[in-house]
Design a protein around this ligand. Structure first.
Ligand code: HSE
Length: 314
């Protein structure tokens, strides 16, 4: 029997207000689990997908296999080695939680473990980006990089890849509320691509992303909260999120430092300075979604600083 690897790759919240495509953080929960084994036949096969009926086991069209194959190719092993994968989706699709990134990262990481971890973390990010590009149309690393590295990650450049891990203030808590509706990333990105922006909007975001980074380095949570201001993307995408204004208002009234859309939505995230306030903010956001008839799931906790993790090797 060949060795079986099992890994967990965390969900992520990206953009964080002003940082479209350039910043994201890893969550403690939810995330995806992938199991992998080497096989005699060259190529990548998906043995099973659990937890998401709509996902295909076709290795050409499922990000988990695309990312896994990228690892074999990078190590020049594609023609000689085969891999079988089991994808256990433990998070919603099209949710704004970096679902495709988590599957891609888990697939790439599991195969890398089978091959004794020959690829570096930055190479793993590159492989997982190939999966991410399949579903969202473009390779953007603001979900993949935090899912690999953990913590809060700045993407200085995607091509060439250049990422910077930022400090995580110990008191910082993150709330993500996922309303039970979907937004396809590709649709949300097309909205942005087709929109004409004004320079003053970009200037507001430049100031805020710089302040956000400064706030993380200094641990100034009040400044962090003021920096969660997005004049570029949020106004364009807000109509995709039911009750957007009410949810944001509810988070503020319950004591959130700042609140905006998580990734391309429909999930919304908020920062708080304590666990207690985080739970109150999550309840208030859920109540605002419920007022328009939407049930939701709350995820409350610290930033996940570990990133993708090996669960077992048997
Ligand atoms: N930065 C991306 C976006 C995240 O907002 O489109 C979604 O994958």
């Amino acid at each position: 029997m060949s060795e079986r690897i099992k890994v967990f790759a965390p969900a992520s919240a990206s953009n964080l207000g002003p940082g479209f495509d350039v910043i994201g953080l890893a969550l403690e929960q939810p995330g995806d689990v992938v199991e992998a084994e080497l096989s005699q036949t060259p190529g990548v096969k998906i043995a099973e997908v659990t937890g998401a009926e709509s996902l295909t086991t076709d290795p050409e069209r499922n990000v988990v296999a695309v990312a896994a194959r990228a690892v074999l190719r990078r190590l020049d092993l594609e023609a000689r080695m085969g891999v079988r994968l089991w994808l256990h989706k433990q998070m919603p699709l099209a949710s704004g939680l970096g679902s495709s990134a988590a599957s891609s990262v888990a697939g790439a990481s599991a195969v890398n473990h089978l091959l004794d971890g020959r690829l570096s973390q930055i190479e793993l990010i590159r492989c997982a980006l190939e999966g991410e590009a399949l579903v969202s149309g473009t390779a953007h690393a603001d979900n993949v990089a935090p899912s690999v590295l953990g913590g809060i990650v700045l993407i200085r450049s995607c091509d060439p890849l250049d990422v910077v891990s930022l400090p995580v203030p110990p008191a910082l808590r993150i709330v993500v509320v996922h309303p039970h509706t979907t937004v396809e990333t590709v649709t949300a990105r097309r909205l942005v691509e087709e929109h004409r922006f004004e320079i003053r909007q970009a200037v507001t975001n430049l100031g805020n992303i710089a302040a956000l980074v400064s706030a993380l380095y200094t641990g100034n949570l009040e400044l962090l909260g003021r920096s969660i201001k997005d004049d570029l993307i949020e106004p364009v995408r807000a109509p995709l999120v039911p009750a957007f204004t009410q949810v944001k208002q509810a988070a503020a009234s319950a004591g959130a430092l700042g609140c905006s859309i998580s990734g391309s939505g429909p999930s919304m995230f908020a920062f708080t300075a304590s666990e207690e306030v985080a739970h109150a903010v999550a309840s208030a956001m859920q109540a605002a979604f419920a007022a328009v008839g939407l049930t939701s799931n709350p995820y409350v906790g610290s930033v996940n600083t570990r990133g993708v993790t090996l669960l077992s090797k048997t």
